[in-house]
Design a protein around this ligand. Structure first.
Ligand code: URA
Length: 180
């Protein structure tokens, strides 16, 4: 277990200096993820935004503040999970990460993080994570139930940032976390 924690730290160090895809050229800081190695729940978003890129930490900007608001009163704290993204560097202008960027980043980092942390439950927030990891086409069809695949358990939910362009979906984000 101690050895695995060390490998996770080594992975974090590699992510910080990664140059395997073009996103390194425009990033300020890579965002490896935050949380305990022993977390039972892993949360996976899309990619860092501006504030994440500036701080090196996931979900610290507007989407993260909404996430904190959603967690308030649920009894779940950020310290209870390991939180990261599908892609560890901010895409320019927050565009959607490209397939090649997603494939490079997940095959080098995310899949190793999942194996090392070995969480009981993985929460996929938004279409980029849900599509890459489960092949899910529609969030709406996949949310609301535990999905088992390759011996792991997943929940799919709307990305918290959805609230900023579809205010009505903010309630759905709350439902997704109530289920968690
Ligand atoms: N959106 C994400 O998907 N991840 C972050 O870290 C911040 C915003």
């Amino acid at each position: 277990k101690v050895a695995k924690a060390g490998i996770l730290e080594e992975l974090t160090a590699q992510i910080r200096v990664c140059t395997k895809c073009p996103l390194y050229q425009s990033r300020t800081l890579a965002v490896p993820g935050d949380g305990k190695f022993s977390a039972r729940v892993m949360i996976i978003g899309e990619a860092p935004g501006r504030e994440e890129d500036e701080s090196g930490h996931p979900f610290v900007g507007a989407a993260g503040r909404f996430l904190d608001q959603v967690l308030e009163g649920t009894g779940i704290k950020r310290a209870d999970f390991f939180i990261t993204n599908t892609v560890k560097c901010r895409p320019p202008q927050n565009r959607t990460p490209r397939v090649g960027e997603v494939n490079t980043c997940t095959s080098n980092y995310l899949f190793n993080q999942i194996e090392l942390i070995n969480p009981q439950l993985i929460v996929l927030l938004g279409g980029v994570a849900a599509k890459k990891i489960l092949g899910v086409k529609s969030i709406n069809e996949a949310r609301g139930k535990v999905i088992e695949q390759n011996g792991r358990q997943y929940l799919v939910g709307y990305h918290p940032a959805v609230r900023f362009y579809r205010e009505d979906l903010g309630e759905k984000v709350k439902e997704d976390f109530a289920l968690l």
